[in-house]
Design a protein. Structure first.
Length: 604
């Protein structure tokens, strides 16, 4: 019965999204068919069909999340945890002070929970910069000292970073996975409450078929307007949309690559990633490995689940549009690469559908861009109306006005974007949740400003995404750039040089529309003006924001793990690390570029 209910939910959601798209298709076709239908009209209508279905699918996830409750996990005891767990933090040219103190804070938080659990920590370094690598070695000594971590904390730097993060974790499992039952996989900016980690382990032990348990990370420490808008969205909207996603995916859930726990045996047996034939961007190592690993676990019969009720899971996000676009470039290449994997044998149908969604996420903006371009050229293919269709009839036929239908379609499309967010705000006001976001008034103000900021940035992101897709299709490998953490404020120079080409596109688009199709110029302004003023928007959105909106619960009550981390960062900056005793540095391995670092990971 549960499986039937899941199929009905999925089928109903897909059908509802298709229905909305079909309504938009025929409404638009009715609007443009006043003077007769041509191939351009049909093309525009098809673009509206596909784009509206995609928007409706996202909106339906929000509706499902609003009308459902988090599933209760299987009951478990709160005492002794029998399995051994390792917390893995892969790092790549990161600030060692920030990442290592995150592990120290999580260790202290686990100890404060006063639980009987055997938990180790391993830093898996793929750092290529020798200066940063030396800092890692020095601060690892401090980490072991701070946490009394001999035999529990380990550090390894790979000579070759084959396979990037996925290869790093895979190599650890090959060498040391036999020592552990579970592995919590983090990013360098991840923070998790000790109670959350312990609860994840207990849920794994309560459900032996559970291969992977994903949490929903909340963004913390955002300061810029762009960053705070993303932080608000992650705290306010994302839990609702995540719940809808969890309801639709069932046991074939997602893996987002971090802030999750895996059953080591299941992961090792199921998730060996192939090296795709050919050169990058479509060949070589799989970049968006997390979705593939989730699909492989599901194929092997393991449960993959996202538990949206788990709190205490945090990460940091990009503070400006440029950093967001750089990260999105890597995701774009990884998702488009899934076209090589979607037909792999044995995958569950839902896993294939998830791959298709990921590809569509980067193709969809192109549909809107093509729609705009074709709209500018459409009048040149219009059929002129025949005012005297009947011979010898003296009264002309005046085509009816379709203004109402056109406005209805426009309002409907914006409604698909806006309505779920407004409903989240309404529900938060009715349930009292709004109080933790600054009160009812501030919730609605924040929602309004988030929608406005998103609307300004969306056309700019559309062009960044279009460039990314073009580069991938042209065979350009984007690689794996280092994340920019910390101060995300952009200078005028940085904003201009990163987006001057976007401004040029916007200005040329307005000029061409004015010359060729002045009748639709005003309709293009909401999209063309943000593109034309892209450098200003990028610079302004990267400025430090105020507290007048985008309030999140962490602004009023800092999460305990964040306080622990802040205190450790301050403490470590004041104390120089001691040298590691000789017996703990024995058996060093030669690493890349002649560096020598302790290889302290236990072998299986």
């Amino acid at each position: 019965m549960k499986k039937l209910g899941l199929y009905l939910l999925r089928g109903g959601t897909i059908a509802a999204s298709l229905a909305v798209g079909v309504i938009a298709f025929f409404t638009f076709l009715q609007v443009v068919a006043v003077n007769g239908i041509n191939l351009i009209d049909i093309a525009l209508s098809l673009l509206i069909l596909v784009s509206t279905i995609w928007l409706a699918w996202g909106g339906m996830q929000g509706i499902i999340g609003l009308t459902s409750s988090a599933k209760r996990p299987l009951k478990h005891g709160a005492g002794w945890i029998s399995g051994r767990t390792v917390v893995l933090m892969p790092v790549y040219n990161e600030d060692p002070l920030m990442s290592f103190t995150r592990l120290a804070a999580m260790d202290k938080s686990i100890k404060q929970a006063d639980a009987e659990a055997n938990i180790h920590f391993a830093i898996l370094s793929d750092t290529r910069d020798n200066a940063i690598a030396q800092q890692e070695e020095d601060l690892f000594v401090r980490l072991v000292e701070e946490c009394n971590g001999r035999g529990r904390f380990f550090y390894r730097r790979r000579a070759q970073n084959v396979g990037k993060k996925a290869g790093n974790v895979e190599e650890f499992f090959e060498q040391s996975g036999g020592a552990y039952d579970y592995a919590v996989i983090l990013d360098a900016d991840s923070l998790m409450e000790g109670q959350t980690i312990l609860e994840m382990i207990r849920r794994m032990e309560a459900e032996p078929r559970l291969g992977l348990l994903q949490t929903l990370p909340k963004i913390i420490r955002a300061e810029t307007r762009f960053g705070r808008a993303m932080q608000f969205a992650a705290s306010f909207y994302s839990p609702v949309f995540c719940r809808g996603l969890a309801m639709l995916q069932g046991k074939t859930g997602p893996f987002w690559g971090h802030n999750a726990i895996v059953r080591v045996q299941a992961f090792v047996q199921s998730c060996g990633l192939p090296v795709l034939q050919g050169m990058p961007p479509f060949g070589g190592h799989i970049m968006s490995h997390d979705y593939v690993e989730a699909a492989l676990l599901a194929r092997a019969g393991w449960i993959v689940r996202v538990d949206d009720d788990l709190e205490g899971s945090f990460e940091e996000g990009p503070e400006n549009v440029i950093d967001h676009a750089k990260r999105d470039r890597r995701w774009c290449q990884g998702n488009l690469q899934h076209a090589r994997i979607i037909t792999a044998p044995g995958l569950k149908a839902w896993s294939r559908f998830v791959f298709a969604q990921g590809i569509m996420a980067y193709i969809a903006p192109l549909f809107w861009l093509v729609f705009l371009l074709v709209s500018i050229l459409a009048p040149y293919f219009d059929v002129q109306p025949d005012y005297f269709p009947e011979a010898n009839w003296p009264i002309p036929y005046i085509p009816p006005s379709m203004t109402f239908e056109a406005l209805s379609l426009l309002v409907g499309i914006f409604g698909l974007l806006l309505l779920p967010k407004l409903l989240v705000a309404v529900k938060a006001s009715l349930t009292g949740q709004a109080s933790s976001f600054g009160g009812i008034g501030k919730v609605f103000v924040s929602t309004l400003f988030e929608v406005l900021l998103s609307s300004l940035i969306a056309p700019i992101v559309m062009l960044f995404t279009t460039r990314s897709v073009y580069q991938v299709l042209m065979g350009k490998d984007g690689g794996w750039p280092t994340n920019n953490r910390g101060d995300g404020q952009l200078s005028w120079r940085e904003s201009f040089f990163a987006s001057s080409w976007i401004s040029l596109v916007g200005l040329c688009g307005l000029l061409v529309a004015y010359q060729l199709t002045p009748s639709i110029l005003y309709w293009l302004l909401p999209v063309a003006l943000p593109i034309a003023f892209a450098p200003v928007i990028l610079w302004w959105s990267s400025r430090v924001g105020t507290n007048t909106c985008f309030t999140v619960p962490a602004d009023r009550n800092n999460p305990p793990i964040v306080d622990l981390h802040d205190a450790l960062v301050e403490k470590w900056t004041l104390v120089k690390p001691k040298e590691l005793p000789q017996e703990d540095t024995a058996g060093k391995d030669q690493q890349s570029e002649g560096s020598t670092v302790p290889h302290l990971v236990p072998s299986s």
